[in-house]
Every structure is written in C-alpha cells, then in structure tokens.
Design a protein around this ligand. Sequence first.
Ligand code: 5RP
Length: 218
Amino acid sequence: MTQDELKKKVAEAALQYVKGLSVLGVGTGSTVNFLIDMLAEFKSQIDGAVSSSEGTTAKLKKVGIPVLDLNDTGTLEVYIDGADEVNEHFQMIKGGGGALTREKIIGAASKKFVCIADASKYVGTLGKFPLPVEVLPMARSYVAREMVKLGGQPVWREGFISDNGGQILDVHNLTILNPVEMEKEINNIPGVITVGIFAIRPADIVLLGSAEGIKTLQ
Ligand code: 5RP
C-alpha cells in the first residue's frame, strides 16, 4: 500500500468519530484532505466545521460544509487532525503544513483530539522530523539563535507566510526527551507564536494506518 492509500484508510476510520456530530474541528494536511472529501457524505448531518487553516477552509467550502468561527461554537466535541510524528504518550510534532497555531488552538478547545496518521509517523522519541516553530517575522533571527542554544539547527522556511502572518523555522536535530518541558520552554521565548510540540494537550485517540489495518490507540 502507498502512503496515500494508508492516509485514506485512516481518514475513513476517523468517520466513526463524526457520526452524530453537528459541529467538529478539522485539521490541516494531506491526511485530513482525504477526510474532508469523505465528510461530504455527512453534509446533511453537519451544521458546520471549525477550520484550522485557509487551505482547509477552502476545501470544506468546496464540499459544501459551512465554516464556523470558534468564537461562536464554544467547546468542540471532536477535533480530527494529522501529525508529523506521534509517540506512545500521544504527544505530537505538528506544523509540517504550517498550520500549527490554529491547530493548537482548536485542539485545546476540543474535548476529544483524534490524531490520524499512517504508521510511519509513530516514533519512540520526537524530534527526527524538523520541529516547526512559528515566529513573528522580526524575531526570526533571535529565535533561531535561541534554538541553537537548545542544540537545534534552525532552517528558515523561506517564502512561506502562515495564515497568521508568521514565519516558520524548521529546527533540525533536536531529540525531544521531555516534550512538555520543551514545549513550555520554546513557547516562552519572546517572538515565538507557537511551537509545533503538542504535548501539554496531546491527542486522546491515535488512529494509525498500516498495511495490516488500522490500529486504534487510546
Ligand atoms: C499541518 C500539520 C499536519 O497535520 C501534518 O503536517 C501532517 O500532514 P500530512 O497529513 O500531510 O502528513 O500539522 O500543519
């Protein structure tokens, strides 16, 4: 099976968490894009979705699902999103698609965070995937120097501007042994908008797609 086939399978498995919901939170990325295509089937049941990016917003609208403002919906029952890495504690690295800030907000505002990923994303220790850090543009070089102090090698994602007007540093070579502490530490650096460690609020359920089928971790 190709990675895309696995992503499609795991997106399909996430539909069980959509049944009966009128509103849900929707993440960003290629795995979630498969889910959005399948959400079209639930159009009559769904009043709307809270979107984590402009890309997801456009896709939701295309399949006919209204996009709602988180300020109007209040706490969400379920948020479904992909990940770049996930560990056994359901802590994740996210932000490969650059939508980490809105993703973290919606995850925090949701009762149940369902992570959908192909099994290659399941890792022992977070950090092999370069850690995305969204920064205010004027702080980019300063934050990069702080990342070097932490042992990382920051690379500016040149030409990329986030939906919030931020820039992204992809920090290579970090071994994240204590994700909660590192999330707090990096978030505390002036100029950081969001770090792509999702550990303070990890996922509640992880669906992993592999050639052998879907594994549900909870
Ligand atoms: C976007 C993300 C995505 O969830 C993450 O990059 C995984 O993407 P994909 O499903 O394309 O592998 O965090 O900011």
